[in-house]
Design a protein. Structure first.
Lengths: 194, 194, 194, 194
């Protein structure tokens, strides 16, 4: 129905999430090393989450592009995605404040799985809105496969953070990010063919 | 006149309200149980209010869809709705911080009534903008009836919270939410028929 | 050139200003009268400023509606307006926190003059973008006269707050608000005639 | 592909950045000179950064106007620009809180270089989206030259802040701002010619 308003609302939430994260960087009282030092992990976690949200936005943008009509299922799976994304600033700040403590890294991994899961739900809901357009369906389905690989890696990051080393989990998060940096070529081609 | 700008402004306010609520989840200094424990009721009240704002957004989106022309009455009843919604983060945080204290639950019930009341006002103002389109009018009027039932349940939640048990009120809030999860089928049909 | 983007950016700033004001309502730790009492003036100043920003948005929306093309002068006078409006949450919170202290009420009056002045500048910049469309020009010019009356009342509110009684100034602010509640009928008629 | 959504998202981030900066102006408890005094440098740094963000928005708006199609390179260089801009509130608040301490002024200079650099990257990415449209290319390239001059002045401001006087650097920042206040006439002409 009114796809543009769904996009506008989502864009607003994305823009706010990505910007309020920086508010966790508490302004130090002076420029001494002691004051700046604790900011380093907060800064690192901010960069990680900025990339993460930016990737979601780009892929969301791509996925929405393929949307033909707005059903209740699309609206609510989109809300679920925004719900999980809205926790990113909190968990990011927590991970930074505790200097990448293993528990917070594991929770971050769990949050990423939840976001990925609801993104897959959204993809499924959108795919149901076009019938018979097989090429586009296949492209979105392919993108879902990338989602599956991400989920497995995120799931692995939780025990790794808790029992091996949270740093390895952080590297895993970055690896998954790199995989998503290039938006789905298949979707672009399918759209170009229409 | 310029319906899209009214929607854009409302979307902006909705997006900010739903996102700043999460700022009430204060980041704990460590990962101990003592630090995390007090977050549980804040977390619960956040989920409740997220659903609540999301439902308002979906229904607002539906109602606006039926708008034919922007009158001053539509603008100001929309502003009244946004005014009451802007208190949701404050009351949500308060309810969470005080572990669902009976007074805050009663105030939350009162806020929900105010939001519902101004949504009904908005519906009336919008209905006046189309003359003779009886099918759509009836559909919006039907949606108003759902609003009346909600108001009665919200009104009941106030004495229940104060004199019986705030938990019953919280369950009532959830029940009303479920009732609104599916946007008005009648409006969708009426729009489809046009 | 791209009027819609100017509107979108302005809408974003308006939406954020009107929503972050509520963050000044600090959540009390309990529900005792002692905890809630200091919130009363903050609450009152919030209502005043909400009405104030809402009126600006409605009138901005009307004024922009008459815009034919985006010149640098329109862009920068709009930026000046947003600059002054961005101080509203700060001065509102200050006025509330100090229980309508006379100095803060006088500063609030000064801020309102600055906002009104830059709104007039914007009106002038916009009027210059259409040549010979006399009816619309006259309507916008008429709206400028309402602005002049507001400025005189705001200017009067400053010495009244400082030397007589800040409460009288607050009443003056409300009076001016009422005057602006109804958007310019003249502009609407002129637009309808086109 | 969907240029309007890229603009909407960027507008959202710009609007939030420019507005949350004012949250660094902590509301004083009273109106005494001792309470207000420390706000002066914060206020000054806010004005400087407001102008700075406003200029970026105006130029971003101009540059995007020339965009023919959205490539991944445009999306990611835009994200890089937003990433650096998102640090402006933090560094602005820091510079204000430390009363324009030489280290923070140097960091502010470094941030301005990073923003300018990513803006140039964005310009290059956009220029690649139109082939053979030489007049527009030249206009954007000319705008890049202005960017080069800015970068040199910003680079100079860093050693000046650290070893000579941070006030001279602040004046340099203002000078560069003035240079950018008028959006590129060349781009406007090239667009008008099309």
């Amino acid at each position: 129905m009114n796809k543009s308003r769904l996009e506008a609302f989502s864009d607003g939430v994305f823009a706010i999430i990505i910007t309020i994260m920086v508010l966790e960087l508490k302004i130090p009282d002076d420029t001494s090393w002691i004051s700046i030092r604790p900011l380093a992990p907060v800064f690192l976690s901010y960069i990680l989450s900025f990339i993460f949200i930016a990737i979601y936005w780009v892929n969301h943008h791509h996925l929405m592009h393929t949307l033909k009509s707005v059903h209740a299922s699309v609206m609510w799976s989109n809300m679920l995605l925004l719900f999980f994304l809205s926790f990113v600033p909190f968990v990011t700040g927590w991970m930074g404040k505790t200097n990448f403590d293993k528990t917070t890294v594991a929770i971050y991994g769990g949050l990423l799985i939840s976001c990925g899961f609801s993104f897959t739900l959204l993809g499924n809901a959108i795919r149901k809105t076009y019938k018979g357009e097989t090429k586009l369906s296949q492209a979105v389905a392919k993108s879902d496969k990338k989602g599956l690989v991400s989920t497995i890696l995120y799931a692995a990051s939780i025990p790794i953070a808790l029992f091996v080393n949270p740093a390895i989990s952080a590297v895993l998060f970055l690896l998954v990010s790199v995989m998503w940096l290039i938006p789905s070529k298949a979707i672009e081609d399918a759209l170009a063919d229409e």
